[in-house]
Design a protein around this ligand. Sequence first.
Ligand code: GLY
Length: 430
Amino acid sequence: MTETVLLIGGGGREHAIAQSLAQDCDLYACASNRNPGIDALAEGFERVDEADADAIVHYAEDVEATLAVVGPESALAAGVVDALENVGVYAFGPRKMDARIETDKAFQRRFMVENDVLGCPDFETFYDIEAACAYIDQYDGDVAVKPAGLTGGKGVKVTGDQVTKEEAKKYLRTEKYEQVVIEERFVGEEFTVQAFVANGEVRPTPAVQDHKRAYEGDEGPNTGGMGSYSDAERFLPFMDDGDYDEAVDVLESVVSALPDYRGVLYGQFMLTADGVRVVEFNARFGDPEAMNTLPVLETPFLDVLVSARDDNPLPALEFAPTATVCKYAVPEGYPTNPESGARIEVDEESVTRAGDGLLFYASVEEREDGLYTSTSRSFAIVGLGDTIAAAEAVAADALTAAGDGLRIRHDIGTAELVERRVDHMSQLRG
Ligand code: GLY
């Protein structure tokens, strides 16, 4: 039987998901923006808000979906998985209660303590912003200040890194979040491990390193992620197999405590001098990390989805021994003051001419005369190669596809930046 899969979400992550599914099923998609890459792969594309569970259910019934895949956290937070389940459509993504591992950072930390999940920082949660400010003042060391709810990856402020303690307090007083988590700052190198999860099973994927800061050299404000790289093996040059295994153990202990969890579990880890610590969990694929992972996944993604739905063991995952480098092209001014409405040229042919280059569209507006920027990330280029350096060269070549009006962090995946990570870690580990 041919499966009919409904994909929810219209970013670069979802374009990568669509690419990995389209050949094996009848694919339909819905998102608030019409992603031209997904649109070209899908048999139908409906413009709906990703958090509008009723509209998504309606579309799923309309196309007679036999499966759904949820990309963005906004849909998980809105209970889209639960709503689809109520009408008999299995959605690969956690139900609203389990998605709190991402959507409620206070829950996330309490859950770690209650279930002895390793790698949890010292933390306190606050509804009272003045009490949070007093805690920042009296805490002996730097802190990470986190709104408890979703902020698109842009809400965290770290003292001693991006801001001073005074600036962190001013930020809290200005933003007036309902609840915040103040926690110990970790120092080290960040990495992501994502795993497919269903029926109590965990199938991890290779580690990836994202780059949150807007400008080269890790300067500037936090973004949704400017780009990322992975190596031809499961760990990254600044870590070893044991560090990777530690991260996977953490993901497995989360799933032991949340046995009904299904979908992708994303661990953002910090490799510190004292081992692996948990920066946060997400309840879905990372964006950009999905664009590193799915192109090297040799096991059909559809097999994972069908096994999950049918309560069968998840397939063992095979990955090509290939490194990847992903770089996002974003509008000028992103993320603080993005220039939307700029006409952009994307030379799709020059991406593929560059060899192992892939193009994933994200947030662009298609008009009669071409593509225009929105306020969010526009498109990503992914280079594949035997080494990170080779993949970076492919991505750099393919980036000639990005015309004016766009900004790129050219340093992502370069030998210089990767060596800096390795040196940083050697220094910390002595
Ligand atoms: N890459 C960060 C995120 O997806 O939240």
